[in-house]
Design a protein around this ligand. Structure first.
Ligand SMILES: Cc1cc2nc3c(=O)[nH]c(=O)nc-3n(C[C@H](O)[C@H](O)[C@H](O)COP(=O)(O)OP(=O)(O)OC[C@H]3O[C@@H](n4cnc5c(N)ncnc54)[C@H](O)[C@@H]3O)c2cc1C
Length: 416
């Protein structure tokens, strides 16, 4: 697939909200089929692209790099997404080479790995999962008008019938002929509850447009449930990291009984270049539901709402997750010497944080594919919440972006 620019002064302007895998795959596919770069704008509330495949970095600590969402991704259906081969060829992603293991209820390694996230062909972003989305945007080529750190808060319709994107202060960010939502945030009733919004931005736009397809899509999105995750992020100092780096796996999945026992689903071991080791322990959905209103002070929700979550509750959740992890990995890690000081981690030289994902994994039924494009109101949706192969995973998000690009190109041509 090569870039076939068809520069047309009258190409419609497209605004894409979100820079997760689905939206980045959409932009890459559109560009490679000729949609001019200057007719696409991309709006993302995070500091960079990636969404749930982002890599945590720090300006003060150049060696820190933690894949705090998806640590890898898998392709289970065929043919491969069209963008997979160019991502591999460009060195943006690589085959996953780390050892996978499964933990049983006795804290030993089980024979069979049944984790649905580890079936098929496994890949990861090279030098961090963020390179998956960065690679997709590089494949898009051209100077896409990209905006990071901006939450699109309102959607309105101009007197000419174009989409208007506005920020929290109701300042106009952009106007576009077509709108794509790479996330359910502006369309799902959950946002009203979590963010305290009185109205749903897309519902306001839909009322203005009287499009039965969009009403149908909104109803389908409203019924999508998602599992949360409350994850423990740890960085182990180099002087204490040897036992962690020597663990005989890089990704440990817990079988069902082990999940129930320790409240954890997976542990990703991510050695850092400077000798430290990052460890991400993913909670079960049950544990996340138990601590549903504890966001974690580093979460984007806390940042956007300008709120400081109660430290005490956060400390409790961290302690519970650490306790589960300590017991689950007891066979490999040295016993801590003496009782730990109150409110400290069980291990020396470890800094722990909570990272909560309110909607980590959408559950079926998702948004049916035929509702992913509402031609009359000129709205499209992409992301892992669209039904199809790879639903609820990176694969589904990537495929949904590719599929929406095909449909958008057709639709945009037919209305010109
Ligand atoms: C802890 C965890 C572990 C996972 N592990 C795996 C795994 O091993 N394998 C796998 O395949 N998948 C895994 N997943 C799922 C995978 O990460 C997702 O399926 C995939 O990343 C979804 O991509 P997306 O483009 O649909 O959405 P997202 O990544 O959620 O992207 C949506 C983006 O839109 C932005 N956004 C939303 N609304 C607005 C707005 N109004 N204004 C501006 N920006 C906005 C968000 O900030 C976000 O960046 C995991 C997810 C989590 C949370």
């Amino acid at each position: 697939m090569s870039i076939l620019p068809r520069p047309r002064a009258d190409s419609p302007h497209l605004a894409v909200i979100g820079a997760g895998v689905g939206a980045c795959a959409l932009v890459a596919s559109l560009r490679r089929q000729g949609w001019p770069a200057e007719r696409i704008s991309l709006w993302e509330s995070g500091r960079g692209p990636g969404g749930r495949t982002a890599t945590r970095r720090s300006r003060q600590d150049s060696h820190l790099r933690i894949d705090h969402g998806a640590p890898l991704f898998n392709i289970t259906a065929s043919p491969d997404p069209a963008l997979l081969a160019p991502l591999l060829a460009g060195g943006w992603i690589e085959a996953w080479q780390g050892t996978l293991a499964c933990l049983d209820i006795n804290g030993g390694l089980a024979g069979r790995l049944e984790d649905p996230l580890c079936q098929g062909q496994l890949y990861r972003g090279r030098q961090g999962m963020e390179h998956l989305c960065r690679g997709l945007l590089a494949l898009a080529g051209g100077a896409i008008d990209s905006h990071y750190g901006i939450l699109v808060r309102h959607l309105e319709t101009s007197s000419e019938g174009r989409w208007q994107l506005l920020d929290s202060a109701k300042e106009l960010l952009a106007e576009a002929d077509w709108l794509v939502l790479g996330s359910t945030l502006l369309a799902h009733p959950r946002s009203r509850l979590v963010l305290g919004w009185e109205t749903l931005p897309l519902a306001v736009g839909a009322a203005e447009r009287a499009d039965p397809d969009l009403v149908h899509s909104l109803a389908a999105i409203a019924s999508i449930r998602a599992e949360a995750r409350s994850n423990l992020l740890m960085v182990v100092q180099a002087s204490e990291a040897a036992p962690w780096r020597a663990l005989p796996f890089r990704l440990l999945s817990f079988d069902t009984a082990a999940q129930q026992r320790w409240g954890l689903r997976r542990v990703a071991i991510q050695p850092l270049e400077d000798g430290r080791c990052a460890v991400v322990a993913h909670s079960t959905a049950t544990v996340a539901a138990e601590y549903l209103n504890v966001y974690g002070s580093r979460s984007s929700i806390a940042r956007h709402l300008g709120m400081a979550p109660p430290q005490q509750r956060e400390t409790e959740v961290i302690a519970a997750l650490e306790h589960g992890l300590q017991e689950a990995l007891a066979a490999w890690l040295p016993e801590p010497s003496g009782p730990p000081p109150p409110e400290a981690t069980p291990w020396p030289g470890v800094h722990s944080e909570l990272m909560r994902w309110g909607a980590a994994f959408p559950q079926l039924p998702g948004l049916p594919q035929d509702l992913a494009l509402c031609r009359r109101s000129r709205v499209g949706f992409c992301g892992d919440f669209i039904e199809g192969p790879g639903f609820g995973r990176v694969e589904g998000a990537m495929r949904s972006g590719e599929a929406l690009a095909r449909r958008l190109l057709e639709a945009a041509e037919s209305v010109q």
